[in-house]
Structures are given as structure tokens and as C-alpha cells.
Design a protein around this ligand. Structure first.
Ligand SMILES: Nc1nc2c(ncn2[C@@H]2O[C@H](COP(=O)(O)OP(=O)(O)OP(=O)(O)O)[C@@H](O)[C@H]2O)c(=O)[nH]1
Ligand SMILES: [Mg+2]
Length: 305
């Protein structure tokens, strides 16, 4: 199945329960107050957040003056909301160190496996650090991924000091000339103070071995937790500087509208989206592709498969 179809398939629940209805309304009805209200209710169901929905509606009213077809207007509005300022392309530091954080079970370790696959395909040499030292199974799970994708694996087993493992991994990458270090961390409730302190320590330690590192800290959010994901994100952001979001399990929820809320409320870019459990089910986030997939028609999808 093609790249786009996979995203479309992953967003099926959100599309079926919200966006296909939105499309129908917009193609059948006049864009009057009543229609807008119906639209508002639907969008809220997608977990877009009240504030963002209001903005969508306001912008849509303006947009239809210029673009006559309401569906096209909506599409443009949704893309505009998600679009990022173009980032300046800087040369990647070597090794580039990426710290992955998030609450339990959001998909951190799986995402690291999938990311490693993507980086390997770009010809990068990847090191994985098992800094989730709480459970033996966590170390083992990352090891399996490292073997599967062909990445170096650095661990000190269960119970080790997480910061020490991270330290080892960065040292290893420096001395062996590796390109990328990805650090897996224990799932932590954002409400657990000592765990959040441990995260700070990991962060600080990496910075000592390699000034400027970690170069990115990505927070993994499980889309099925909806608005609660935003609460987690705000708490994590109080501890470490979050530079990107990975939104997983979009395939398992009708609340894919959360992407808009994240963009609007967190002002942190969504980097990747997870649309399934398989190794190829992590996709770079692209606003146009995403909105396209939300508003796709089933006939168009059938034609593509
Ligand atoms: N359907 C679906 N499942 C996913 C996705 N990403 C991860 N998962 C599943 O979510 C479950 C938890 O994933 P993990 O990667 O172990 O999560 P974690 O954040 O590392 O968990 P802890 O280490 O316990 O905090 C696994 O069964 C994954 O296969 C996704 O995009 N879609
Ligand atoms: Mg894990």
C-alpha cells in the first residue's frame, strides 16, 4: 500500500466519525448559522479543542468569501492552522542526540524502533540507548528493535542509572563516529516528582558529554488519550525543553483532531505520526497530507489501493 494510503487508512476512524460528515454537510447545505453550529459540534468531537474549533469557524467564514466551495475553503483553513514556519536547514550535529520522553505506554520504544528504521534508510548509523532501566522487559524490547533494524545497542541492564546509560551511548557514538543516538526513557507519570528529576539528570548528563546535546527532546503522546495528552505535554515541558511531538496510535482513535489542538496550544511541532504497530507505520507529519487524508473520500481511497 502506498505511503499516502497508509496515512488515510490510519485516519479512518477520525474520518468516519467526523470529517466525512463535515464534508457532507458542507457539500449539501448552505453555510448559514445553523450549518456552522453543526460543524462546530462535529469538530469538537474530534478533540480539536474548543478554542481551535472557534478559530476554524471564524477563518472558514472569511475563506468562503474568497474560495467559493466550502469544502475547499475548509481544507485550506485546516492546512493553514497546521503549517509550520519553514525551519532553516542547519547541518545536523554529529552525533545528533535525540531524547525520547513520555508517559507509560504511549509508544516510545516502538517509535524509537520505527525511527531507527527511517534513519537507517537514510544511511545513518544509529545507536540506541536503553535508559529505561526500570523493567528488564524494557531493555529487552529495545534490544530486539536494535537487532531488527541494525542499530548499535547500549545498555547496563535493569536497575542501572539511566543517566549513566545515556552517557555511555553518547560516548560510544562519539568514539565510533556514529551519526545518531536515540535515548529511550522509562514511561513516567508527569505527576511523579522523582522520575521527572531523573529525566532532568539524564538531560544534564548528556549535555556534559556533548555540549548542545540532546539536540532534540521529543514527547510521545498517545492520540487515544485525547485532551489528556495536552495536560501531559504541559507538565513535561516544565521539566525539559520539548522540541517536538510524536503522536502515536492515530489509527486507534476517532479523535485525530487532537493534532490541531497540539499545534495551537503547545506551539510545538508534530514531527511524526504513528498509524499502526508495524515498523513502517511511522510517518513524517505533513500538514497537507494529513488534511488530505482527513478529507479523503472512500472512492478515492479504493482507486488508490
Ligand atoms: N495501533 C498502534 N499501536 C501503537 C502505535 N505506536 C505504538 N503502539 C503500541 O503501543 C504499545 C506500547 O508501545 P511501547 O513502545 O512499548 O510504549 P512505551 O511508551 O515504550 O511504554 P513504556 O516503556 O511502558 O512506558 C505497543 O503494543 C505498541 O505496539 C501506533 O502508532 N499505532
Ligand atoms: Mg518503552
Amino acid at each position: 500500500m502506498g505511503f499516502l494510503s497508509k496515512i488515510k487508512e490510519g485516519l479512518k476512524k477520525t474520518r468516519d466519525s467526523v470529517f466525512s460528515k463535515v464534508k457532507n454537510i458542507l457539500s449539501l447545505e448552505k453555510l448559514d448559522a445553523e450549518t456552522l453550529e453543526e460543524l462546530e459540534e462535529l469538530l469538537i468531537l474530534s478533540d480539536m479543542g474548543v478554542e481551535t474549533v472557534e478559530e476554524v469557524i471564524e477563518r472558514l467564514k472569511e475563506k468562503v468569501k474568497e474560495v467559493k466551495d466550502p469544502n475547499t475553503a475548509l481544507k485550506k483553513v485546516l492546512i493553514d492552522i497546521l503549517k509550520e514556519e519553514e525551519e532553516e536547514k542547519k547541518e545536523a550535529p554529529k552525533p545528533y542526540v535525540l531524547l525520547i520522553v513520555g508517559v507509560n505506554g504511549t509508544g516510545k520504544t516502538t517509535t524509537i524502533g520505527k525511527l531507527s528504521r527511517i534513519f537507517k534508510e537514510q544511511g545513518k548509523r544509529v545507536v540506541l540507548a536503553a535508559a529505561d532501566t526500570f523493567r528488564a522487559a524494557a531493555v529487552e524490547q529495545l534490544k530486539v528493535w536494535s537487532e531488527r533494524v541494525g542499530a548499535d545497542f547500549i545498555s547496563q541492564g535493569q536497575g542501572a542509572d539511566a543517566a549513566a546509560v545515556a552517557y555511555d551511548a553518547v560516548m560510544h557514538a562519539k568514539s565510533k563516529g556514529k551519526d545518531i543516538v536515540i535515548i529511550d526513557t522509562a514511561g513516567r507519570l508527569h505527576t511523579r516528582h522523582n522520575l521527572m528529576e531523573e529525566l532532568k539528570k539524564v538531560h544534564r548528563t548528556i549535555g556534559r558529554v556533548l555540549p548542545g546535546a540532546p539536540h532534540d527532546v521529543w514527547l510521545v503522546i498517545d492520540a487515544t488519550t485525547g485532551q489528556n495528552g495536552l495536560v501531559q505535554a504541559k507538565k513535561f515541558a516544565e521539566t525539559v525543553n520539548i522540541t517536538g511531538i510524536v503522536l502515536t496510535k492515530l489509527d486507534g482513535t476517532a479523535k485525530g483532531g487532537i493534532v490541531f489542538a497540539i499545534k495551537k496550544e503547545l506551539k510545538t511541532p508534530v514531527k511524526y505520526i504513528g498509524v499502526g504497530e508495524g515498523v513502517d507505520d511511522l510517518k513524517p507529519f505533513d500538514p497537507e497530507e494529513f488534511v488530505d487524508a482527513l478529507l479523503a473520500t472512500e472512492e478515492a481511497m479504493d482507486a488508490e489501493v
